[in-house]
Design a protein around this ligand. Structure first.
Ligand code: RFL
Ligand code: PHB
Length: 383
């Protein structure tokens, strides 16, 4: 097998296949240091924790990850709702940065001799035939690898999905008219994740570890990082969260700052010939539901099972991979869209839409059934 992309999806898939005795090679466009420097997700579903446990890469996650039993939602200035996901569903979430997961996955790959070629310029050939091949060029020359199956785990901007001809795929897309300006700061975080819907826009308080906080504020799509000096960021964040949270937030210099656009995207089917797409290569969700990384892990859970069965001669799981994965993908796409619509202020929001959004939040606060519905999707539907 050849796996394109050594992000969380590709590296996890490689380790899963290797564990089952299936040979594979991973090709990554960027350098190892570059991949490890990207600041992304922070919240893991319990199902994702179990996937990493089964793979034997969760020792540091358990030692350093922070179990969260719920999240808080602030709205209408001072209202705060604590959704106790653990009490409502029996499952907690774990805050553990994607960067740390990626480090653990690369360390396991090194120890177990899983080959990853970094800084590889990849092209795919004949993936719709029985003899796919992958050509790649690195600083040390060019190679051509023949294989049975190709896994496209190369994210939204990779080569895999664009190799699938337009007539063989259907794309579903929604973009949102804002982005998230995110910072990391070496300050103690709030004890619980806090999402805030405020008239100035959305804000999120999250964490990476007891001395590293991650904060986001909704910003216009065309804003640049230069327009957000630390003072402006903190002022805006503190104005958007309820006063009870603002007085507990410890501010400090940012050590990382970036802006991400929000979009929902799904390609169907997630396979073409002998090419199988997984993770962000096949779908993107806005980060509001904390689902992207979790979906990448559930896709490769299904894909590894299918690839292992096919190595033993049974192709039925491979043939059904896309249908199976898309069930979970669309649940998370819907939930992430719902959370995005509930918690952000839209530039063209009418007073009517504003009123219905407020009513949604009031209903959530007053109904255990509504909170249970949110909780069961936030902690993750079963695999
Ligand atoms: P990745 O991580 O993009 O990895 C793909 C890898 O493929 C490489 N690549 C190529 N390699 C070879 N040839 C090519 N032509 C290639 N083109 C690209 C890339 O360099 C890269 O290394 O996709 P993957 O593995 O599917 O993992 C997906 C997750 O990274 C992503 O969904 C999450 O980060 C999304 N996300 C969150 N997900 C969660 O589950 N919980 C969260 O709390 C959460 N918060 C977030 C997020 C994403 C964010 N941003 C920046 C979009 C918060 C933010 C702000
Ligand atoms: C994060 O910690 O980066 C994070 C947490 C929750 C989200 C999105 C991002 O919904």
């Amino acid at each position: 097998m050849v796996i394109i992309g050594a992000g969380p999806a590709g590296t996890t898939l490689g380790l899963m296949l290797q564990k089952q005795g299936v040979d594979c090679l991973i090709l990554e466009r960027q350098s190892r240091d570059y991949v490890l420097s990207r600041i992304r997700a922070g919240v893991l579903e319990w199902g994702s924790v179990e996937i990493l446990e089964r793979l034997g890469v969760a020792v540091r996650l358990h030692a350093e990850g922070h179990i969260h039993k719920g999240v808080s939602i602030g709205w209408a200035g001072s209202q705060v709702l604590d959704v106790d996901m653990l009490a409502l569903t029996g499952k907690p979430m774990v805050a553990y940065g994607q960067t740390e997961i990626q480090k653990d996955l690369y360390d396991a790959a090194d120890e177990r001799g899983l080959p990853i070629v970094f800084e590889a310029d990849v092209t795919l050939h004949g993936v719709d035939s029985d003899r796919p091949s992958v050509a790649y060029e690195t600083h040390s020359g060019s190679e051509l690898v023949h294989c049975r199956l190709v896994a496209g785990c190369d994210g939204y901007h990779g080569v895999s999905r664009i190799t699938v001809p337009q007539e063989a795929k259907t794309e579903y897309e929604k973009s949102y008219p804002f982005g998230w300006m995110g910072i990391l700061s070496e300050t103690p975080p709030l004890p619980q994740l806090l999402y805030a819907n405020n008239e100035r826009g959305f804000a999120l308080c999250s964490e990476r570890n007891p001395m590293l906080s991650r904060y986001y504020v909704q910003c216009p799509l065309d804003d640049t990082v230069d327009e957000w000096p630390d003072e402006r960021f903190w002022e805006e964040l503190l104005a958007r969260v309820p006063a009870s949270a603002a007085e507990r937030i410890v501010t400090g210099p940012s050590i990382e700052k970036s802006i991400a656009p929000l979009r929902s995207y799904v390609v169907e089917p997630m396979q073409w010939g002998n090419l199988y797409l997984a993770g962000d290569a096949a779908h993107i969700v806005p980060p509001t539901g904390a689902k992207g990384l979790n979906l990448a892990l559930s896709d490769v859970h299904y894909l590894a099972e299918a690839m292992v069965a096919s190595a033993g001669g049974d192709r039925s799981l491979l043939d059904g991979y896309s249908d199976r994965a898309l069930q979970r993908v669309w649940s998370s796409v819907r939930f992430s869209w719902f959370m995005t619509m509930l918690l952000h202020r839209f530039p063209d929001q009418t007073p009517f839409e504003q009123k219905t959004q407020e009513k949604d939040l009031e209903y959530l606060a007053s109904s255990v059934a509504a909170q249970t519905s949110m909780a069961e999707q936030y902690v993750g539907l079963p695999l």
